[in-house]
Design a protein around this ligand. Structure first.
Ligand code: MAN
Length: 347
């Protein structure tokens, strides 16, 4: 049952609302924002995906080269060695490339509808070889000692999770890769449980196992251990192909509430919910059978990669989850969900 109350102004942001951040590129997609509150405003950490204007018969995309400069790679569309059936990833001579290069960009708003950029807050670009295909899908954990950003680092050798700490979004401490490949969808709990930090993450195993949600603990947010699988895909269900955490779990009287995404073999992305034990979050108390949100609006069904709702950011207002999400891998939207209503579905 879709219980998300969509904003009537959706989509709130589309690629044409911003200027490209990399010289010579165009914005193809705005995706999956991290969310936080600061100075009385709502801030989104957008994933901006760029590429050059595409010319007939070619497929061109930017990457960072060894010197950290942007270089454009270009392949012939009818080259028999090219597989371009997925608009997001292409395969050429057995190697994978992304069709766009993503980086993170901040926008803010006082009314949660009109978002603008403040030049005092710089974009965050990928840096070094392990981010040479870009950085994606940032989660922002608002913690006692500052903001902790977990995001996907993409390169020719891997997809892993990077960590950045900041207190002001003007200076950043890059902590490197905290979850090694293949891993993404990492959401930190925003407070310690006992004397440990906790995180949800999503390693992928191509043979035994699959794309499942795992829990890990850490004394310092850098070194993670005691990994436990807490949610697998469910055959024949809407989340049969992959599942991954959204943003930080929401603390409720009944346990930690996690809004997660799941996809089926047609790559249709929906949202569901998990309830984890307050003291021991490796114990799953309940999981929704049906999605709590599905791609049903026009802007969620059609776009760069249609039939996608993907959320990794929200802030709380009483019982209301003020959720922001990427629709069709192209535009930014918002919706409201009621925590008590989700908890009822979890009974
Ligand atoms: C998947 C999708 C893409 C993303 C790549 C690399 O194919 O989530 O959006 O760019 O993985 O992370």
């Amino acid at each position: 049952m879709d219980i998300a109350k969509r904003n009537k102004y959706n989509p709130l942001l589309t690629p044409s609302d911003l200027k490209a951040g990399i010289k010579g590129m165009q914005i193809s997609c705005l995706l999956n924002p991290g969310v936080f509150r600061m100075e009385g405003k709502t801030w989104l950490v957008l994933r901006v995906a760029e590429r050059p204007l595409q010319i007939e018969g070619k497929i061109s995309f930017p990457v960072y080269n060894k010197n950290g400069d942007i270089e454009v790679l270009s392949f012939d569309k009818n080259d028999p060695q090219l597989d371009a059936s997925d608009p997001r990833v292409i395969k050429f001579k057995g190697r994978n490339y992304l069709t766009t290069l993503s980086y993170l960009r901040l926008v803010c708003s006082r009314d949660d509808v009109h978002f603008y950029e403040d030049p005092a807050y710089p974009p965050i670009f990928g840096k070094g070889f392990q981010e040479s295909f870009g950085i994606e899908d940032c989660r922002v954990a608002t913690m006692e000692d500052g903001y902790y950003l977990t995001f996907t680092e993409v390169s020719p050798v891997a997809v892993g999770v990077g960590l950045i700490a900041t207190k002001d979004f003007k200076t950043f401490e890059r902590k490197g890769m905290i979850f090694p490949p293949h891993n993404k969808d990492c959401a930190l709990f925003q407070e310690k449980i006992g004397d440990m930090y906790y995180a949800l993450h999503r390693p992928s195993s191509p043979e035994l196992g699959g794309n499942y949600i795992w829990l890990a603990e850490s004394p310092d947010r850098l070194h993670w251990g005691n990994h436990k699988c807490i949610a697998t895909t469910r055959e024949g269900n809407w989340d049969s192909a992959r599942v991954g955490a959204g943003a930080a779990p929401i603390k409720t009287d009944e346990g930690w509430l996690e809004i997660y995404h799941g996809a089926d073999s047609d790559n249709r992305y929906c949202l569901g919910a998990l309830l984890l034990d307050s003291e021991d979050p490796s114990k799953v108390i309940a999981r929704t059978d049906e999605p709590i949100m599905e791609p049903i609006a026009d802007y969620e069904r059609k776009g760069f990669f249609g039939n996608v709702v993907f959320s990794n950011g929200y802030y709380m207002d009483g019982d209301t989850v003020k959720m922001f999400y990427g629709a069709s891998d192209e535009v930014i939207c918002s919706a409201e969900l009621s925590v008590s209503r989700i908890l009822k579905l979890l009974k």
